[in-house]
Design a protein around this ligand. Structure first.
Ligand SMILES: CC(C)(COP(=O)(O)OP(=O)(O)OC[C@H]1O[C@@H](n2cnc3c(N)ncnc32)[C@H](O)[C@@H]1OP(=O)(O)O)[C@@H](O)C(=O)NCCC(=O)NCCS
Length: 198
């Protein structure tokens, strides 16, 4: 896989994806601290100081570089407003695999922005970074996240159960391979009930 040391913002019909900057921390912290947004996310801290520190750490890494996440802020082109963030990360021990993550602020959800931004990120991972596989994980109950993965052409490849003490996390792993068709069926390889149930 390639490392992109000269990242240029990704421009879609309505959005612009650029590297996150320290100044984005307050806005990102505000929506990440919303209980509905953080419900299925693994962030330990969502306060501005922690978000800023994480942005600054990721800013030192180029997309495609091993070692962790790189984050992009998503701007609405018509207004310049920050509507969310997406990220990608290489996967230790699995060359050619890129993980993606995504968050859209509640007031901007339901407009297709996540699909548009993640679609651009998937294309970037294949075309610029030379990835073979793009992967996303979702909680089995996180239907909007699952839907976004499907809409960008990923398919359900694994059901996961991780035990944390006496609690069990039910997850789903979605993937799109470089030579997969642009979009799978409306709900991936399984009927909706099976794919979305537990
Ligand atoms: C997941 C998330 C990024 C989606 O953002 P978004 O911009 O609203 O997504 P889109 O508008 O592109 O698409 C959302 C899809 O989910 C569907 N959806 C929304 N709520 C749903 C629900 N309760 N049940 C089933 N589908 C639902 C929408 O109808 C849409 O699908 P459609 O186009 O087929 O109608 C956003 O909900 C979010 O930030 N959630 C919190 C953070 C998170 O959990 N991120 C994912 C972790 S991997």
């Amino acid at each position: 896989m390639r490392t992109d040391t000269r990242f240029e913002p990704l421009v879609t019909r309505r959005l612009l994806l650029r590297r996150s900057r320290s100044e984005d921390a307050e806005e990102i912290s505000a929506y990440r601290s919303d209980p509905a947004v953080r419900r299925y996310q693994g962030w330990d801290r969502t306060d501005p100081t922690a978000v800023r520190a994480s942005i600054e750490e990721m800013a030192r890494r180029a997309p495609g570089e091993p070692g962790g996440w790189v984050q992009f802020s998503v701007e609405e082109r018509s207004s310049g407003r920050l509507v969310g963030d997406v990220g990608l990360s290489s996967v230790d021990g699995e060359p050619g695999v890129v993980k993606v993550g995504y968050t859209i602020a509640p007031e901007f959800q339901g407009r297709g922005y996540a699909t548009e931004a993640v679609g651009a990120l998937v294309r970037y991972a294949f075309e610029t970074l030379g990835a073979d596989v793009v992967r996303a994980y979702a909680d089995a109950e996180n239907l909007p996240s699952i839907r976004v993965a499907e809409k960008v052409g990923m398919r359900l490849v694994e059901r996961l159960e991780h035990r944390h003490g006496d609690r069990v996390w039910h997850g789903r792993r979605f993937e799109r391979r470089r030579d997969d068709p642009p979009a799978a069926g409306p709900y991936g390889p399984e009927p909706p009930d099976a794919a979305w149930g537990r």
